[in-house]
Design a protein around this ligand. Structure first.
Ligand SMILES: Nc1ncnc2c1ncn2[C@@H]1O[C@H](COP(=O)(O)OP(=O)(O)OP(=O)(O)O)[C@@H](O)[C@H]1O
Ligand SMILES: CC(=O)N[C@H]1[C@@H]2OC[C@@H](O2)[C@@H](O)[C@@H]1O[C@H](C)C(=O)O
Length: 398
């Protein structure tokens, strides 16, 4: 378990070597996930291998109008993936500015509580993810963020992995594994955000990871359509409904579920599920979408049966999802708070951790996590501010 400050002995890297340097930076991680609910920001002190301090954390919800504008870009994103900022239609550039400024406000709020930081890890808003086409797009203007916060920014965490033949996602397993420390496997960490992903750590420490299928995104879209609120708050709709087993079986027949881990998904990959349930009432549709999320997690082929499943991300706040998971999975199912983690901030903390790994050239890619053919680093540095050499000096030492 990692607590606020700790010294649990030397953490090890992917190949078992100690990679820590004792040079810890104060890094703010920023995550705006596929749920489109807003920006999470968290400061940690890390050397990219372990965490010695967890500080302020804030969540800034998106305005409904920004959420709608980002949503509208999903449909057009494929056509513009890979274009430079200048070549994008004005609406993309305007949304990018607004998104970036929401992230600037999140950094400022953390700085107000923490006083100082050295570095920012900026995930950006995923608009499009198609590793098989060599494309993944996290929208956000790192140079503007750096200029407006006065901090160096690491961004574009996924492209190098995709270019190397990996899935570009998930990346959180690096952080999950670091936080699990010496905890004996087999154990699984489940993140239920817009999309759901699993990190499996075996009895021998082997890490295997991947996206399992939809998380909350379909349910959010369904709830918005039926109730005007973009979330089935506390699972109320799903609890009152019946699962349509025929529709569920049809959804589970998709070839994605037969593929082994590692694998990854675009948020909109299963948007057709909303059409499949469109003839159902609000409650039955919600129950069927919850069952889709849970069945796809239960069917993700892991090499051993985990003795515990620990859940982070917004899905753990939905009792309909958590109850269905407890029925469907062997072993204990609990929120990651049982491990002493903050389940709402794991991803924001993760992108602070990965920013430090990137700065140090440590791997973000691995065969078991992203399906890349080897281990490689990733992320890009954008620095529109003058910063002390104690922060970036190491990055430029030859
Ligand atoms: N009380 C609640 N009841 C039901 N669902 C909830 C509740 N609180 C949060 N959620 C769900 O959690 C979602 C937000 O989860 P989270 O912040 O983990 O998503 P994210 O960071 O966008 O995801 P991703 O992991 O895909 O990047 C909301 O959209 C909603 O579906
Ligand atoms: C392309 C992309 O943004 N993927 C996200 C998404 O949200 C959950 C799941 O799909 C995961 O693969 C990933 O995010 C987390 C933070 C990850 O990389 O581990």
């Amino acid at each position: 378990m990692i607590s606020s400050r700790q010294d649990d002995g030397p953490p090890t890297g992917h190949d078992g070597r100690y990679e820590g340097t004792g040079r810890f930076l104060r890094v703010i991680g920023l995550m705006s996930g596929t749920s489109l609910d807003g920006v999470d920001a968290a400061l940690i002190e890390t050397d990219g291998v372990s965490v010695r301090y967890r500080g302020a954390a804030v969540s800034l919800p998106y305005e409904a109008s920004l959420r709608e504008r980002v949503y509208a870009l999903f449909g057009q994103a494929a056509a513009f993936a890979g274009e430079t900022l200048d070549a994008l239609p004005e609406e993309f550039r305007a949304v990018e500015r607004e998104l970036t400024d929401a992230h600037v406000r999140a950094v400022q709020q953390v700085l107000k509580q923490e006083g100082t930081a050295d570095l920012v890890g900026f995930h950006g808003q995923t608009l499009y993810h198609a590793p098989e086409k060599g494309r993944t797009w996290q929208m956000g203007d790192a140079s503007r963020l750096s200029h407006l916060t006065g901090l160096p920014v690491i961004h574009d965490f996924r492209s190098a992995d995709v270019a190397a033949g990996g899935q570009g996602a998930p990346l959180a397993p690096w952080y999950h594994a670091a936080c699990l420390g010496d905890m004996q496997g087999p154990v699984a960490i489940l993140n239920i955000g817009g999309v759901a992903n699993v990190t499996f750590v075996g009895a021998d420490g082997t890490i295997l990871a991947g996206d399992t299928g939809p998380g909350n995104a379909l349910l959010d879209d369904w709830a918005l359509r039926h109730t005007g609120v973009a979330c089935d708050r506390n699972g109320a709709l799903a609890r009152a409904g019946q699962v349509d087993q025929a529709i569920l079986a049809g959804l589970m027949a998709d070839t994605f579920f037969a593929r082994p881990l590692p694998k990854s998904l675009d948020r909109q990959a299963f948007a057709m599920a909303l059409e499949r349930v469109s003839g159902l009432g609000a409650e039955d549709g919600a129950a069927t979408l919850v069952a889709f999320t849970v069945r796809s997690i239960a069917q993700s082929a892991l090499p051993e049966v985990p003795r515990g499943w620990f859940v982070c991300g917004g899905g753990r706040h939905n009792p309909s999802i958590m109850q269905a998971l407890s029925h469907a999975l062997p072993g204990t199912v609990a929120a990651v708070e049982a491990l002493g983690w903050n389940g709402d901030m794991v991803e924001a903390e993760c992108f602070a951790f990965l920013a430090m790994r990137s700065l140090r050239g440590l791997p973000l890619s691995s065969p078991g996590i992203t399906g890349a053919p080897g281990f490689g680093s990733g992320g890009r540095l954008s620095c529109s501010a003058l910063v002390p050499s104690s922060v970036l000096g190491g990055a430029f030492t030859r």
